[in-house]
Write a protein that binds this ligand. Structure first.
Ligand code: TMP
Length: 206
């Protein structure tokens, strides 16, 4: 099997951090070579842009914000994702372009055709082989964000923003069921872990 590019995505508060640990443990048990990374971030430039993008003091228009996401992504692809894949290492990215469609597109109203142009320009044909979409109802997301001590620039948004973000994620997953696995993350940790492990087992043919 060729090295796989796997992404984990979902609205804030959907439980990405907890479930990344589940994915890490799965790869460790199988003894498969894997690199974990994140967006925005994953490179020196990407992490610097992340600081700017998440800082509540940053004033950025929608196009500037979207371009910064893709600038970080371009560097991430060139320096991290493609080299790992070509060395035979699976890559798991905590967020990728689905987040741009969901947040800048759904949340903030950037037309999806504009995002598609940048997606094509930056990524060429690179798309995730599998996207695990963690999904929780809006109230759960909002309650979990509410527990965060210092909210970042995105977490400070209101419920209607996250409602639009969630609905874009779900629409994208529904339109392409062969690439996405929707994980209902509003269940016990054990149940969610089982679902994720099953998806990975199936994807890797274990
Ligand atoms: P997180 O990695 O802790 O979830 O924080 C990243 C934040 O950045 C999150 O609120 C989603 C947001 N984001 C976008 O708005 N667009 C993007 O393309 C990406 C990758 C993240």
């Amino acid at each position: 099997m060729k090295p796989q590019f796997i992404t984990l995505d979902g609205i804030d508060g959907a439980g990405k951090s907890t479930n990344l640990a589940v994915i890490k443990a799965w790869f460790e048990r199988r003894g498969l070579p894997v690199l974990f990374t994140r967006e925005p971030g994953g490179t020196v430039l990407g992490e610097a842009l992340r600081e700017i993008l998440l800082n509540p003091a940053t004033k950025a228009g929608l196009r500037a914000e979207t371009l910064m996401m893709f600038a970080a992504r371009m560097q991430h692809i060139e320096d991290v994702i493609l080299p790992a894949l070509s060395d035979g290492i699976h890559v798991v990215s905590d967020r990728f372009t689905d987040a741009t469609f969901a947040y800048q597109g759904g949340g903030r109203g950037m037309p999806s055709e504009d995002i598609e142009i940048l997606e094509h320009w930056v990524q060429g044909g690179l798309r995730p082989d599998l996207t695990l979409l963690l999904d929780v109802p809006l109230e759960v997301s909002m309650a979990r964000i509410g527990q965060t001590r210092e909210k970042d620039r995105f977490e400070q948004e209101q419920a209607d923003f996250f409602m639009r973000v969630r609905s874009v994620y779900l629409d994208r997953a529904a339109a392409c069921p062969e690439r996405y696995a929707i994980i209902d993350s509003n269940r016990s940790l054990d149940e969610v872990r089982n679902s994720i492990e099953k998806v990975l087992d199936r994807h890797f043919g274990c």
